[in-house]
Design a protein. Sequence first.
Length: 250
Amino acid sequence: MKGSSVQGIEQFIRDYPEMSIAPSHGSVTVLRGVFSFIARSNGGIEISDSYHLHIVVPTAFPREIPKVTEVGRKIPRDGNHHVNKDDNTLCLGSPIRLLKLVSEKPNLIGFTERCLVPYLYAISYKLQNEAGFPFGELAHGGQGVVDDYLNLFGLSSQEQVILTLESLGRKRRIANKGLCPCGCGRRLGICKFNRKLSEYRSLASRSWFRSHGKEIELQLMSRYGMKYLQNRHKYARSVSHGSVSYPDKL
Ligand SMILES: [Zn+2]
């Protein structure tokens, strides 16, 4: 078995001794086994539980988030339990929020503590209590991701989220010359939203932000169809006239 250069992997194996490194193709690192944890949410109940997991850590980690599959079938594979329907991986949160959480502690322990355990805690709570999630739950899929970004960036419309991702997909110098996605009606370069965006630029590549923005826009279009396009158009018109009045939230 080859060694792995993933930061924090030794401590991960020590902390979760029923997990081990599995043989893998290419340069990804695969961990599998029984993942047992004890966790408590702020002011909430303590939960100890275990899940049979398969974790694929990409070469680009921590700039790319590991993909986790629950192979014991304890978690129903549906959107209600935040399991992605295309590949059965767990939907641990919105991609940019996960990147941000991991960037604050950029190793496998940071990912485990900040992304994986909170998800499993919430799922165990839901499975044991049938009472929904212990803390605010996002809708699964594109809408949940957009809602999370409205919150993360402090924005008020879906169009602003798409424009923000487009700005992150451009070179800073070029993005700064364009209109600010925050709705202030000024160039991004002279708005303080610019400083907020800089915090996110280092989390992923410009091409990643571009394709992530396109993917979300497609999800919005397939959900809202013409209504989304009309709003996008209305938005573009209002910014081009310099008086920014955002269309109502969809
Ligand atoms: Zn602004």
